[in-house]
Design a protein around this ligand. Structure first.
Ligand code: DGJ
Length: 739
């Protein structure tokens, strides 16, 4: 039998590699023979991720990760690098581990060996989605880790998470518990990070990784980021380009502390360990309880960053974002226009404007609630979710009816995880609040974080949102905010398990969201966190869109939205036309249109021309939004490279496209090269039509070189290109390109 298996092994290997048999060993054969390697080839249409169980030591190694290997036999030629697929700590690993645990008897070492594997196709009834599980176990202790590797064949995306479990006699402490570990062997490694702060999210910076460790992480507790976003791009050998080069794009689906660790060892190999930040988070795991890590979501492109983004966008609309393949509503928001200062009369006028502008929904922002400590500024009222009687004597229900009478919809803002010390909630439930014993309270935006690990608080948050929705039927939209990170990190509820707080907070938030989603599966909800402080695919399973930044200056927004576009599809990025920037209304509108369009502007103060322009822009947007929401994005000219930014979206059949061009600055005598378009069909003929033209006519942009009204072949547009330039800074053009 043993001999027969070894004779047949190359054949099995071939079948595995070509995907002709389901994963797992052929029926009736042992999982692996002693001294015989077992190859586990996984992957998608264009990516191979190949593991090997070593016959020598029974451990699981990553043999290969990169562009699809077309010839299965080539796997045998890969030089053995001994890259542990999920490295442990305490035996012989001298580098950063993916997992570290101390057993119930105090033994601080962990060993994981391959036990078995399984594979299930058509997960969730979806073609091309396969869940592969690789079971690993400590040979000396009843401690196991299951690697879950979900492959999305058509999107070229892989999702990895790990389930950790044991049946030791007492709890086991896990210190590190990564979601994924990947290895690379290249000449050089270039890392692009996306960092920032409030109002300056997603700034891109690329640097070379050198020997040692580089960490991108956050320790903000309630939100994944603010300073550092849970996303990165890693380019092998050369710096990342849009259309060339090998690029890994990764993001962690987790709304709390995350860590990406990049370690280049003495041989020049790189290991990338991604997951929850182990910082101050050792977890005491009870016997038989499963610790499930969040998902690391990644793609690999052999043709640059552009393809990597398109892969993630396709994955996100189909699997990552709630109702990602549906449509979205255009919004009129009142935050920048009124702040906390409004009443029913003012809001009725805003509802009129929602209608007048042709928008779908009026979103009432912060300031509508609390009575004992009215929410007239950010110093009071958070937590007291009853309508403020002075501002809204007739309640939210009145606004829903008023909206309905105008044929628009109504939505409201809420920040249910927080409390102001000046609130009734603070007075009645001091034990529901995260606060350190023997220390003064530490405020950020004058508020504190509720202890969501406490089931009573979860109940409160659920009931608050559910209560507003059930007592005001017809509410069609919510903006869920989270305006501070976690300090005062101490939970009365967690007792002696304080180091569970960062993990349990996020899981508790997800369980509340899960419950709400069961009851309201499709209600559109915007994810917001003091701007873009909580943008990640862990949360986006429950949200239809996110607020990218409080900075709505259109010039700044080009950079911010450019950054997000690397990981998040346009349908999810809320952009509002506001008065923050001093650019023309056209420029501000064109910038907001490159994602999910909304307004936050005093429409009453608009001139007739401005109003007409905006009304037309909304009509135009409704016509083209399908291409923006579902099309493929091509970033043509980066604002980081030139004084302009150009990008386009192309629909699936390549019959429609929309191009956005922005001139950020124009130095004296500066000229701009033609821009070669991408993603079109060379054989098709396209009409290029400028849209969003101001009523008073074109000023500034592209004088004498407008391409509008002309017809070109796709071949011409992609090889010769269009003139997209102007001598006037802060001007823009939008072209609709139709077959
Ligand atoms: C922060 C958000 O980013 C803003 O859009 C606004 O909703 C305020 N919070 C309200 O307090």
């Amino acid at each position: 039998m043993k001999k027969l298996f070894s004779l047949l092994f190359p054949y099995f290997l071939f079948l595995y590699a070509t995907g002709q048999v389901p994963m797992g060993p052929p029926p009736g054969t042992p999982q692996m023979q002693q001294n015989q390697d077992l190859i586990i080839p996984l992957g998608t249409k264009n990516i191979s991720l190949i593991y090997k169980v070593s016959g020598r030591d029974g451990r699981l190694y990553q043999l290969y990760f990169g562009p699809k290997l077309e010839n299965p036999d080539d796997i045998k030629l890969v030089r053995d690098q001994d890259h542990l697929a999920y490295a442990t700590f305490g035996t012989d690993n001298l580098f950063e581990p993916a997992i570290r645990a101390t057993h119930n008897d105090g033994n601080p070492s962990l060993e994981l060996k391959f036990v078995t594997q399984s594979s299930e196709t058509r997960i969730g009834g979806r073609d091309g989605v396969t869940l592969n599980k690789i079971f690993l176990k400590d040979p000396q202790y009843p401690f196991e880790a299951t690697l879950n590797i979900k492959t999305y064949e058509y999107e070229d995306v892989i999702e990895q998470w790990v389930e950790i479990k044991h049946s030791e006699k007492k709890p086991v402490t896990i210190f590190n518990y990564a979601s994924s570990m990947l290895h690379f062997d290249a000449e050089k490694y270039w890392l692009t990070q996306f960092h920032g702060d409030w109002a300056e999210e997603m700034k891109m910076k690329e640097s070379e990784l050198t020997a040692g460790i580089k960490i991108l992480d956050s320790k903000l507790g309630t939100r994944a980021h603010m300073y550092q976003t849970p996303v990165f791009m890693l380019s092998l050998n050369e710096k990342a380009e849009e259309n060339t080069g090998q690029v890994l794009a990764g993001t962690l689906g987790w709304s709390g502390n995350f860590r990406f660790l990049f370690e280049v060892d003495e041989k020049g190999s790189l290991r990338v360990i991604s997951g929850i930040n182990p910082f101050a988070s050792e977890y005491s795991l009870d016997p038989e309880k499963v610790f499930k890590t969040p998902s690391m979501i990644f793609t690999f492109s052999a043709t640059g960053k552009g393809q990597a983004s398109r892969n993630l966008h396709r994955w996100a609309t189909r699997y990552g974002i709630l109702d990602g393949t549906g449509s979205r509503m255009t919004i009129l928001n009142n935050w920048e226009a009124t702040g906390f200062n409004f009443d029913e009369k003012k809001l009725s006028a805003i509802l009129d404007n929602t209608k007048k502008l042709g928008l779908d929904v009026f979103l009432l922002d912060d300031g509508w609630f609390a009575n004992k400590y009215p929410r007239n500024n950010d110093r009071a009222g958070l937590g007291d979710w009853q309508e403020n009687k002075a501002k809204l004597p007739d309640g939210l229900g009145y606004l829903v009816k008023e909206a309905d009478a105008r044929g628009v919809k109504f939505g409201f803002w809420i920040e249910p995880e927080m409390v102001n010390p000046k609130s009734e909630l603070y007075e009645t439930h001091p034990d529901w609040i995260l606060r350190l014993p023997n220390r003064p309270e530490n405020y950020y935006r004058n508020q504190l974080v509720l202890d969501l690990t406490n089931p009573s608080v979860q109940e409160f948050v659920f009931n608050t949102v559910d209560g507003i929705l059930t007592s005001n039927p017809g509410i069609a939209f919510i903006k869920w905010d989270c305006n501070r990170m976690m300090t005062n990190a101490y939970s009365v509820n967690l007792k002696d398990k304080q180091s569970h707080l960062y993990v349990d907070y996020v899981n508790s938030l997800y369980s509340v969201l899960e419950r709400l989603r069961k009851k309201y599966p499709h209600l559109p909800v915007m994810l917001c966190s003091g701007g873009g402080g909580r943008v990640d695919y862990g949360a986006l399973r429950y949200f239809t869109e996110f607020w990218a930044s409080d900075n709505t200056d259109a010039l700044e927004r080009i950079y911010i939205q450019w950054g997000y576009s690397h990981f998040f599809p346009a349908i999810s990025v809320c952009n509002h036309v506001t008065s923050w920037g001093k650019q023309s209304l056209k420029f501000r509108t064109d910038v907001a249109m490159m994602g999910k369009l909304g307004f936050d502007i005093e429409a009453d103060k608009m001139t007739e021309n401005e109003l007409k322009f905006s009304q037309n822009a909304v009509i135009t947007y409704n016509r083209i939004k399908e291409v923006i929401y579902k099309g493929d994005l091509y970033r043509l000219i980066s604002p980081y490279d030139e004084n302009r930014a150009v990008l386009m979206y192309v629909n699936g059949t390549k019959s429609r496209a929309v191009l956005f061009g922005y001139i950020l600055n124009a130095r004296y005598g500066e000229t701009f090269d033609r821009v070669k378009l991408q993603g079109l069909d060379p054989a098709k003929t396209y009409k290029v039509q400028e849209i969003n033209v101001p009523n008073e006519g074109r000023r500034g942009f592209g004088q004498g070189m407008s391409e509008s009204g002309r017809t070109f072949t796709g071949d011409y547009l992609m090889k010769i290109g269009l003139n997209i330039g102007s001598n006037t800074p802060l001007t823009s053009v939008v072209y609709e390109i139709s077959e």
